[in-house]
Design a protein around this ligand. Structure first.
Ligand SMILES: [Fe+2]
Length: 197
């Protein structure tokens, strides 16, 4: 198994999300990278005696989805905050698609923000389904429960409390959602959408 490498992100000062919160959040991301590597390393060792280690092997396999998606979700998340806030390009394909399904980008994002306010710990996701050629928004519990098979990540927001706890009380998480969108680099999201085609 190749080791997964911890990515570095060039995140400047954000509006409404403190440097302290970003710093702590990046430490959590590093923990997912460390843990997914640890799982595969341990599995490699335990496989030497599969009969004796069957229970532990099973439990480690069960955790792959949590750690792997914890790593990958955060890589998309931090990447979308790199480079400062930027609007969708004029000739944006994503803009056209959002206008087709919701009338406007603003209306589509109003719906997405409601999705982000889903009660619980997890992520609001907007995927592209290559097969049915449409955007599919969904809620993902934790890092992995509810990820949709074969779909491509376009936009996501981390709705774990750790994403905003240094800046807002839990009862004000809507402010964090607004702050995230104020800092979002839509050019990155457009790129995600293009790659997903
Ligand atoms: Fe997070």
């Amino acid at each position: 198994m190749e080791k997964f490498i911890e990515q570095k992100f060039n995140i400047g000062a954000l509006k409404g999300i403190s440097a302290k919160n970003v710093e702590e959040h990046l430490k959590l991301y590093a923990g997912y990278v460390k843990s997914i590597n640890l799982i595969f390393e341990k599995l490699g060792e335990l496989m030497a005696d599969q009969e004796k280690n069957a229970y532990v092997i099973g439990e480690l396999h069960r955790r792959i989805g949590f750690e792997f998606n914890g790593m990958r979700n955060h890589e998309y998340y931090f990447k979308s905050l790199e480079g400062g806030p930027k609007p969708l390009p004029k000739d944006s394909l994503l803009k056209k698609e959002l206008e087709k399904v919701a009338g406007s980008v603003e209306t589509a994002m109003k719906g997405f923000k409601t999705l982000a306010m889903t009660r619980g710990v997890g992520w609001a996701m907007l995927y592209w389904d290559k097969q049915s050629k449409q955007l599919i928004p969904t809620w993902v519990d934790e890092q992995h429960v509810g990820q949709l098979n074969g779909l491509f990540y376009v936009l996501g927001i981390d709705m774990w409390e750790h994403a905003y706890v240094y800046d807002y009380p839990t009862s004000e998480k809507k402010k964090y959602v607004e702050a995230f969108f104020e800092n979002l680099n839509w050019e990155v999201i457009e790129e995600n959408f293009k790659k997903a085609q």
